[in-house]
Design a protein. Structure first.
Length: 148
């Protein structure tokens, strides 16, 4: 049984620009130059342009596909409508793993930057635990965490 997406979970079209910008730039802007220049050399500017163009084409394609859905337009219902219940479920599970891996990579990059610039002697597991506590307290607003 399909339910409409609640208004508080939707993003306004104006804010989509900032979500796309944050997704594309993110922490990766801090540490992509060295490996890119190492592999591509002086032609790295072409790789950056092609990556930005391909990201924009993929986002446009996602909008076009989602705009044709009668059920409100989320990726899980798109998978289920075009591929059926089982294959769509496997694709949605793959999407879940992809986003979990992306979140882990962003966390790892963020911890690396913080360790280099702010706390060089602190371990990575301590940062991970600290961020886990912070995100848990944001996700569960009624959860009260008081450190001594």
């Amino acid at each position: 049984m399909k339910q409409a997406i609640q208004e508080r979970f939707l993003i306004s079209p104006f804010l989509v620009f900032f979500v796309i910008h944050a997704t594309q730039v993110g922490v990766g802007a801090l540490n992509f130059q060295r490996p890119l220049m190492k592999e591509a050399g002086q032609d790295a500017w072409m790789a950056v342009l092609m990556a930005g163009l391909s990201a924009h084409v993929l986002i446009w394609l996602m909008y076009r596909l989602l705009s044709h859905l009668p059920s409100g337009g989320d990726l899980v219902s798109l998978h289920e409508q075009y591929f059926g219940r089982w294959i769509g479920g496997v694709l949605s599970l793959g999407l879940l793993f992809y986003y979990a891996l992306a979140a882990f990579m962003v966390l790892q990059s963020y911890i690396e930057v913080i360790k280099v610039w702010v706390f060089p002697l602190m371990g990575a597991w301590q940062f991970s635990l600290m961020f886990l506590l912070m995100t848990t307290s944001v996700d569960y607003p009624k959860l009260d965490i008081r450190l001594p």
